[in-house]
Design a protein around this ligand. Structure first.
Ligand SMILES: Cc1cc2nc3c(=O)[nH]c(=O)nc-3n(C[C@H](O)[C@H](O)[C@H](O)COP(=O)(O)OP(=O)(O)OC[C@H]3O[C@@H](n4cnc5c(N)ncnc54)[C@H](O)[C@@H]3O)c2cc1C
Length: 385
């Protein structure tokens, strides 16, 4: 009855279901969550991601929900300030309660069936490979294609990894995890009202990273990261450490302290950096399930939306190179992100280069475009020589 079953219905899953349904594919998306619901994540969507939402007709809904546009950003790397407008589009930072519900609604409107509160407990297989899913309640649902869009602890990835490991053991022993870097940061964030802000703000300080972006309801999201081996000390006084960190960032500390925190602080060290094999017989992985990286560069939501587009195209045109194209698009940023997540100060050539870039508007915009997804990561690597 279904052509495709998607496990997970947040950015990767709901967007994939929507795009497939728009192309006439019979899709079921399931999620154990019910929407709208929050998830442990901040939510800057880079301009390349918001451009996708615009093309899909969804950006207006984000704006109508009161999500402010951030057109310019101030990136202060150890005192070298790169400030400029995004050359294309704007960054939006919608609460996940807003974004994920818009995507789920859009998937349904496109004709996909979405079952909320459905917990997948296992996969069904036949002689061809993966052939469906089994719910915790025993329900069995079948389709020739199952997509794991079920996040960084993906059950679909774990289940298929067993099969991939056997298959590849006979085939040069390549592991289903293609690349893994241990978690590097502890991250905390919350929401403040009454914080004066003219740009999106990013700061890198030795052993610290900070982001402050406007979001829905007139609030400012403030995020701070520290090396994961400081977690023990950090957790004893999260607010104190977060505020002490923003105090190192120009006048941001003063502006945050002049406002009022209106929600609880969230803290996590569950920040893996993993690239997995993304396709096999009867299955694909999209979003964090297939490739997850530290949030220090805020790429995950945009990556999930980009995977959705690649995957919908692959499935409906019969292209077989989904994984190859995903890797080409994402691996350079994966490497840059894991390097930045080490939170080491810029030194030597990098420092000189950043100062040079900061002097010119066009190169500053190009640099910002690397993170915005509108300029290739290779541009910065080439400039380093
Ligand atoms: C602290 C933090 C800050 C972040 N900040 C940013 C940021 O600013 N910008 C950015 O772009 N990214 C950010 N990210 C990353 C971002 O959260 C993810 O990349 C993004 O959510 C990935 O989307 P996804 O659809 O692949 O997975 P998810 O959003 O994780 O969704 C997976 C879904 O699958 C469902 N699911 C899982 N298992 C099952 C099961 N067995 N049965 C049924 N359903 C299941 C879950 O309920 C969930 O709804 C951040 C992450 C963290 C942790």
């Amino acid at each position: 009855m279904y052509d495709v079953i998607v496990v997970g219905a947040r950015p990767a899953g709901a967007a994939t279901a929507m795009l497939l349904a728009r192309r006439g594919v019979r899709v079921l998306a399931v999620d154990r969550a019910r929407f709208p619901s929050d998830t442990l994540s901040t939510h800057q969507i880079q301009p390349s991601g918001t451009e996708r939402l615009r093309r899909w007709g969804l950006l207006d809904r984000l704006i109508a929900a009161g999500t402010p546009a951030t057109g310019s950003v101030r990136f202060d790397i150890g005192g070298t300030v790169l400030q400029g407008r995004f050359p294309q589009g704007a960054l939006y930072s919608p609460r996940r309660t807003v974004l994920d519900a818009i995507l789920v609604d859009a998937a349904r409107e496109a004709g996909a069936e979405v079952r909320e509160g459905f917990h997948v407990a296992g996969l069904i297989r036949d002689e061809r490979g993966v052939a469906g899913i089994r719910g915790r309640d025993g329900t069995e649902l079948r389709a020739p294609v199952v997509i794991g869009a079920d996040g960084k602890h993906s059950l679909v990835a774990k289940e298929t990894a067993k099969e991939t490991a056997n298959e590849e053991a006979a085939n040069e022993g390549a592991a289903p995890v293609q690349r893994a870097v241990p978690p590097r940061t502890v991250a905390s964030y919350s929401y403040w009202e009454g914080v004066e802000q003219r740009h999106g703000e990013l700061y890198h300080r030795p052993g610290r990273a900070v982001a402050a972006f406007p979001t829905n309801d007139g609030l400012t999201m403030v995020y701070a990261a520290a090396p994961v081996d400081e977690f023990g000390a950090w957790r004893t006084d999260v607010e104190g450490h977060l505020l002490e960190t923003v105090d190192r960032c120009g006048d941001l500390g003063e502006r945050v302290r002049a406002g009022r925190r209106v929600e609880r602080l969230r803290t996590t060290v569950d920040l893996p950096n993993v690239v997995r094999r993304a396709q096999g017989p009867g299955w694909f992985l999209a979003g964090d399930a297939g490739l997850v990286m530290d949030p220090v560069t805020a790429q995950g939501i945009g990556n999930a939306l980009a995977d959705a587009e690649l995957l919908a195209e692959s499935i409906t045109t019969g292209r077989t190179d989904y994984q190859q194209r995903r890797d080409e698009q994402r691996l350079p940023m994966f490497e840059l992100t894991t390097r930045l997540a080490a939170l080491r100060p810029a030194k030597g050539l990098d420092k000189v280069l950043l100062k040079g870039i900061a002097r010119h508007r066009r190169s500053t915009e190009r640099f910002l475009g690397v993170f915005a997804g509108t300029a290739p990561v290779g541009w910065f690597q080439r400039a380093r020589g």
